[in-house]
Design a protein around this ligand. Sequence first.
Ligand code: CA
Ligand code: CA
Length: 243
Amino acid sequence: MKKRLALIVFPWLLALILPAMAATPLEGEPPLPEEISYVMLKGVVTSYGGAPAAGWMRTYAVIGEGAEVHTIVLPSGIPEEPPSPEENFTYSFLYVRLDNASIVELNYTGLDDLYISGVWSVYNVTFNYYGYENFTLNIETVISEAPGEMLVTNEWSLFTISIQEVPVIAGTVTLVVQRDFEIPQCDVVVDGEVNLWDLMATAQAYGTTPGLPLYDFELDFNFDFVIDIYDLLQLSIELGKEY
Ligand SMILES: [Ca+2]
Ligand SMILES: [Ca+2]
């Protein structure tokens, strides 16, 4: 059923995008610091409570106004072997989310490039798979509405997220985009434009959930742990947008 829906939606999106297809490199000088109003960051988690860990971070900040931060932490790293489709397996991670930002500023403490504070929630998420097709999902709240802050430092290269009663999450920034206009969120095949390449990457992962080989948090635009029609719809709204 999911595949059939993708087959219907995909050509329709293709027709929308093909006339506007022209991959452009990520260009454009970043605006002067005083002109930066939008920041998009992507990164990888490298430690959790000081111990090596894996995971991903995405942040969209509007300076002086608000921010979205989503982080996935795999405390024991990324499994080395992809699971077999015939076997039962479990995939667990921590989902860390900024619920409400109170301060979103550049150079706020004198030590940071970007500072975000607010209230955060942390969830323990476990997918129990019975083969690739069937699973049960268990989401347990570790903490909610806890005060915490995120700092980006070392010329936009490192980040730390410190939430009360939660081990510190630290990592490396892999992409930073600063603009004086709103940055689209669905340029996953990064070339400065939301286009066919992004659509193809998302369509290919259609129907997948965390732990399955084709699932990618990068493609789960609404962070609901499935790549489906809602992610394709969000992408279709941004089709053709450049930054
Ligand atoms: Ca793209
Ligand atoms: Ca999704």
